[in-house]
Design a protein around this ligand. Structure first.
Ligand SMILES: Cc1ncc(COP(=O)(O)O)c(C=O)c1O
Length: 471
């Protein structure tokens, strides 16, 4: 592709995306295709000769678009948001254009230094402890996902507990890790990958608000020690996936300090809310954690993938993950004066992800980000109020921020039908969980362009379908 053609087609692609955003509300939010439908429209094998770019882009519209679930629709309330924004997309495009591998400082110094600086910016922005700063003992790094952050944290915790023995000799089945019954499944996956074993991940019971019970954690650690096991790691969650429960981090941190366990705090979606001082209660106790992560790719207007992972003391993480083959040796690394982020993550290669985050923070400014987050929380609280005031419904869990867990009082069947009616209409998309064994609908408000009118319409549709169901 010549530079001139690239320029021309690049304009066409940006135009296509801008038009897509302009008409996004006209599509059913949840894709309606059946399994295999998209694939059946694709040729059996790759083309022998190259094709015209116009033809390829035309297939995006014709073949791909029907199979898209519109995560960027303001009527998307499912799972957690993956909210994107213009500055993030353009930052990511520049990252692709530069096409650098930032595995070492020397393979592209700007890739490392911008990342360090942006992650340092976020420490005071979120009210995080100063030892997470790169100028202190710790530091931050961008991971692809909160799942990778959990795995890195668990590996570092494993190594600290075994004095780096398991790195050399492997695990002996004695290490145990802890989370709650509500912790995201990525921690179970991390336990499998890290050689801890899923059965050695203790899922601690939760209280009536779905937050981990610290006294149950303490009891389980004592039982495990008595049985000759080696506790090494605890994951606390600030904003669980099912219900946005907030584990008591301060109390869990006290136990971890007394027991010398690595404490990882997973604030995947909710951490972003701490940009607003009134939501900093979320980070109570995080100053005693060994590691922490949140996902700008969920609620901070930064398209996937972008997870910010911080450690209080980087030397454990680096010693756990560092391997230095001859072909990566270089003067800058040997001087000790630079950060090589390859030692802070699982893969070697890494994209220039800080560009999109930098663009987002500079475009919105702290005040702009706060404005949007406050609006999302306000809209969710309003929705929760409507649920509370309608005797046919109940709130299934506290709604501290932007997630409302609610259900009809008519049982699982009715809630399932309500959800299916709403989602198949294409007007909005929400998903479910089970709380106290009951099917519960989750209304998570966090898409970049969701406004009051969208949320009002969503509630109107909930009422309409409920009336139809209960008629
Ligand atoms: C609390 C929590 N942690 C971790 C994850 C996993 O996120 P990622 O896709 O970044 O691995 C999620 C995803 O929803 C989550 O809700």
């Amino acid at each position: 592709m010549s530079a001139e053609e690239f320029r021309r087609q690049g304009h066409a692609v940006i135009d296509w995306i801008a038009d897509y955003f302009a008409r996004i509300e006209s599509f059913p939010v949840l894709s309606r295709v059946r399994p295999g439908e998209i694939r059946s429209q694709l040729p059996q094998s790759a083309p022998r000769a190259g094709e015209a770019f116009e033809q390829i882009l035309g297939d995006i519209e014709r073949v791909i678009l029907p199979g898209i679930t519109h995560w960027q629709s303001p009527n998307f309330y499912a799972y957690f948001p993956a909210n994107a924004s213009g500055p993030a997309i353009l930052g990511d495009l520049l990252s692709s254009g530069l096409g650098v591998q930032g595995m070492l400082w020397s393979t592209s110094p700007a890739c490392t230094e911008l990342e360090t600086q942006v992650l340092d910016w976020l420490v005071p922005m979120l009210g995080l402890p100063e030892h997470f700063l790169s100028s202190s003992t710790g530091g931050g790094v961008i991971q692809d996902s909160a799942s990778s952050a959990a795995l890195c944290a668990l590996l570092a915790g494993r190594e600290r507990a075994t004095q780096f023995h398991s790195n050399r000799h492997g695990c002996d089945g004695k290490l145990v890790a802890y989370c709650s019954t509500q912790t995201h499944s990525s921690v179970e996956k991390a336990a499998k990958v890290a050689g801890i074993g899923a059965l050695n991940l203790r899922q601690i019971e939760v209280d009536a608000n779905f937050a981990m019970r610290p006294e149950a954690l303490e009891r389980q650690i004592a039982v495990d020690r008595k049985a000759g096991m080696i506790p090494c790691f605890v994951c606390a969650t600030v904003g669980t996936t099912s219900s946005n429960a907030i584990d008591p981090v301060r109390e869990i941190a006290r136990i971890c300090r007394e027991q010398d366990l690595w404490l990882h705090v997973d604030a995947a979606m909710c951490g972003t809310a701490a940009l607003c001082p009134e939501f900093r209660f979320l980070h109570d106790g995080v100053e005693s954690a060994d590691s922490y992560c949140f996902n700008p790719h969920k609620w901070m207007f930064t398209n996937f993938d972008c997870d910010c992972f911080y450690v209080a003391d980087r030397k454990h993480l680096i010693r756990t993950l560092s391997v230095l083959p001859e072909y990566l040796r270089n003067q800058a690394t040997l001087s000790g004066a630079v950060i090589d982020y390859r030692d802070w993550q699982i893969p070697l290669g890494r994209r220039f992800r800080s560009l999109k985050l930098w663009f987002v923070i500079r475009h919105y400014g702290i005040e702009g980000l706060q404005h949007h987050l406050r609006e999302h929380v306000r809209l969710a609280q309003e929705f929760a109020g409507w649920v509370r005031n309608d005797a046919r419904f109940e709130l299934a869990a506290p709604a501290p921020l932007n997630l409302v867990c609610f259900r009809l009082r008519h049982g699982d069947g009715a809630n399932q039908k309500l959800m299916e009616a709403l989602n198949s209409s294409g007007d909005l998309y929400l998903t479910h969980t089970k709380l106290d064994g009951k099917l519960t609908l989750r209304m998570c408000i966090g898409q970049t362009n969701t406004e009051a009118r969208h949320v009002q319409e969503a509630w109107r549709r909930v009422l309409e379908e409920t009336a139809r169901l209960t008629a």
